[in-house]
Design a protein around this ligand. Structure first.
Ligand code: CTP
Length: 418
């Protein structure tokens, strides 16, 4: 009987959920993206206090930002409204003390130049200067014309701001509002959310390379027919995202799935079990962790027909002959690096019944330190899952939770194990 354990404390996803973000807008056309970003933060579970420079208010109205954030917007240091529940007319102190981070998006060239010098002539820069530097991180999302971005003054300012402890995000390339094309566009709202969310995770896998397989494989019968399975890839993608947030370099080898690549993850698309094995072999040499989350076909047609198989009128279906595919996990787990402990291998087991018994047997058969069992039909395509972790020491349940939450818990476990 499995020893039942509660979902371990501190292993639910951190990220922006439950955080209080001061979203600062300085003047730039990218202010229109800040509206969407504000919504995205709130949807992800953050509370948002918007502070705008007077220039930003030329580009987008405080009314819009108030409606989206659900809070009155602050623009002036002379604003005598209650700020942060305190009536002392010191919004720059009160609003910055309650923040988990100040995110300035867009951060204009002028605003960054101002921060660099510690100038504080309007509320937002005043607040950045007055924030408790060791407790309230400052994240800047630059936005400007390409010439302004590449100008030595701006690049010098970015380097100095980083040296002063600010986290300056990158910029996008492409068409700019001014009609020119190049680097300097502010990151899109989704990418901004990813970057800010990632900021709040422990970097427990920094310097590590994590290789993950995900999704189904597709085995050709003939040029138009295939054998595949119902794996959606969601768990593998959630693991890739969690590993990247934990600071790892992540390679995700995936069968065909309709999922976006998590940011910071290198994706390798494959089709058949043989393709997946080749892609894993190409990347496993310097991996520290290998997670086999893919639902790999166990058998593949021995000789896929070169032309479409036609009905011959006899009523007899074609006789298909199968051969076993390479067991990718077992092969990797048997390698010298895995055996010496340089490569930590994690397997998954999608079972339909007797989960604990099958998962234990599978862990021993595949010779991996950790095997994660789940009930296949209950999880394929779903956003939630329940896991049974099987190690040589015993078993542990991770009760029903989102795949995202489970992925973060699992990545934390793996980081502890290595
Ligand atoms: N696996 C693999 N290569 C294969 C088959 C499976 O890497 N050719 C991996 C899966 O990614 C998973 C684990 O092995 O991590 C278990 O997969 P599963 O299909 O549950 O196990 P099988 O070995 O195929 O056993 P069975 O189908 O008999 O339950």
């Amino acid at each position: 009987m499995a020893e039942k354990m509660e979902f371990p404390a501190g292993t639910t996803p951190s990220g922006v959920a439950g955080r209080h973000i001061v979203l600062g807008l300085s003047g730039g056309i990218a202010c229109y993206k800040a509206a969407e970003f504000c919504r995205a933060l709130i949807k992800a579970g953050a509370t948002v206090q918007v502070v705008m420079t007077p220039s930003a208010a030329e580009f987008i109205t405080p009314v819009t930002m108030q409606a989206l954030s659900g809070r009155a917007v602050f623009i002036s240091q002379w604003d005598d409204r209650t700020a942060g529940g305190v009536d002392n007319n010191m919004a720059h102190i009160n609003l910055s003390r309650e923040a988990d981070a100040i995110v300035v998006a867009p951060a204009s060239a002028d605003f960054m130049a101002k921060l660099l010098h510690g100038r504080a002539d309007e509320l937002l820069s005043l607040m950045c200067l007055a924030r408790p530097i060791e407790r309230v991180p400052l994240i800047l999302a630059p936005a400007m014309n390409r010439e302004m971005w590449t100008h030595p003054a701006t690049q010098r300012n970015v380097a100095q701001l980083r040296a002063d402890g600010a986290h300056v995000l990158g910029v996008d390339a492409g068409a700019q509002a001014c009609g020119e094309v190049g680097d300097g566009r502010m990151l899109e709202p989704d990418a901004l959310l990813e970057a800010v969310d990632a900021f709040f995770y422990d970097k427990s896998l920094a310097g590590r390379h994590v290789l993950i397989t995900a999704g189904p494989t597709v085995e050709a019968i003939d040029p138009v027919r295939v054998l595949t399975n119902r794996s959606s890839g969601k768990m593998g993608f959630a693991l890739a995202s969690a590993a990247a947030r934990a600071g790892a370099r992540v390679t995700l080898v995936t069968g065909p799935v309709a999922l976006a690549t998590p940011s910071g993850v290198q994706r390798v698309d494959v089709s058949s079990a043989a393709d997946m094995f080749a892609a894993v072999q190409a990347d496993v040499h310097d991996a520290h962790v290998f997670i086999a989350c893919a639902a790999v076909a166990d058998w593949t047609p021995a000789t896929p027909a070169a032309q479409k198989l036609k009905k011959d009128g006899s009523g007899e279906p074609p006789a298909l002959r199968f051969v076993e595919t390479v067991d990718i996990l077992a092969t990797v787990a048997a390698s010298a690096r895995a055996q010496s402990g340089d490569l930590y291998c994690v397997g998954f087991a999608a079972e339909s019944h007797d989960l604990e018994r099958h998962a234990q047997a599978k862990r021993e058969r595949k010779n991996v330190p950790l095997l994660v069992g789940n009930i296949g039909p209950a999880t394929f395509g779903q956003d939630d899952n329940a896991l049974l972790l099987v190690t040589a020491q015993g078993t542990e349940e991770m009760p029903l939770a989102s795949k995202k939450a489970l992925a973060h818990a699992l990545i934390k476990r793996i980081a502890q194990a290595i």
